[in-house]
Ligand binder design. Structure first.
Ligand code: PMV
Length: 306
């Protein structure tokens, strides 16, 4: 018998870093870019293979499998699970959360069970702590529910209804985004310059709040302007890089409504909001400006089944 669970990548549209300090943020799932966990029955004790290597027992994957079994009240299981992911790692696209979510779903399904999203979300959040130290919880929420989310830490999740589908071009700087380090950087900046840093974080939160109404109204021009403003504020927190700034500029020159870095920053991806008819042009401009790769994602259209 074989069966598969999957989960999507994500982008943070507004509010990264500020979300760690209780301000709102907005994240979107990328249904076409996914992580998969494929189960095959065998009479051997459960093994998890990732890129042909079994994870060490301290590995987040092994930890996810263990805690999911424990949650389901199962001591030991048999079989083999192969992890496959199309999501680049350390690029701000939620690869760690997606792999954990796919694995949790598959572990439950191989036992003939189905995890409620709320339970899977809590399990993935525990594993996110191994990846990031002090995650806000936005990544696991958007990846598990696979819906646009308006997220405030420690509050009930709000799902967003987009008035119109969004066309995003996602372009990779080719540099790693080390979220644990950039989160630590903001913590230090807050300790050294509390007033300035808190004022910037508050403005980022204000942008996310404003963007929520624009998403529900479907005003791409206004949304784009808010994204570019959000990027400027992340720059002011020293979270951008010359490569990310160059990609934002290239997207704007090619006619994007707005663009910003997405995720931890200093590396990883930028996202550009575009008119769907312009997406090929913006994508081409980003590749010419040095993006390691670039793709278009339509958000708010029918999602794939997890
Ligand atoms: O995992 P990434 O790179 O998408 O970044 C997560 C977003 C942060 O706000 C920087 C951290 C967090 O825990 O929310």
């Amino acid at each position: 018998m074989t069966l598969t669970g999957s989960a999507p990548a994500k982008v943070i549209l507004f509010g990264e870093h500020a979300v760690v300090y209780g301000f709102p943020a907005i994240a979107l799932p990328l249904a076409d870019l996914r992580a998969y966990a494929e189960y095959q029955s065998s009479d051997q004790p459960l093994s998890i293979m990732s890129e042909h290597k079994p994870p060490a027992s301290s590995d987040p994957l092994a930890a996810m499998a263990r805690q999911t079994l424990r949650f389901l009240g199962v001591g030991q299981a048999r079989g083999r699970i192969q992890i496959r992911s199309d999501i680049p790692v350390a690029s701000g696209l939620g690869s760690g959360a997606a792999v954990s979510a796919a694995l949790g779903r598959t572990v439950a399904r191989m036992l003939g069970r189905e995890l409620a999203n709320a339970d899977l979300n809590a399990l993935v959040y525990e594993i996110e702590k191994l990846h990031h130290g002090t995650p806000s919880g936005i990544d696991n929420s958007v990846v598990v529910y696979e819906k646009p989310v308006y997220f405030v830490k420690d509050r009930r999740l709000d799902f967003l209804d987009l008035a119109t589908p969004l066309s995003l071009v996602v372009a990779d700087s080719g540099d790693a985004a080390l979220t644990r380090e950039t989160v630590a950087h903001v913590r230090v900046l807050r300790a050294k310059q509390p007033e300035r840093t808190n004022a910037i974080l508050r403005q980022i939160g204000g942008i996310a709040e404003c963007a929520r109404s624009q998403l529900e109204l479907g005003d791409s021009r206004q949304l784009g302007a808010l994204m570019t403003r959000n990027h400027e504020l992340l720059r002011a927190l020293e979270l951008s890089s010359p490569a990310l700034d160059g990609l934002v500029e290239a997207a704007m020159s090619a006619g994007a409504y707005g663009a910003k870095l997405s995720g931890g920053g200093r590396g990883g991806n930028i996202i550009a909001l575009v008119d769907a008819r312009r997406s090929a042009k913006v994508r081409g401009a980003l590749l010419r400006a040095g993006a390691a790769r670039a793709f278009t994602s339509a958000i708010g259209e029918k999602a794939a089944k997890p």
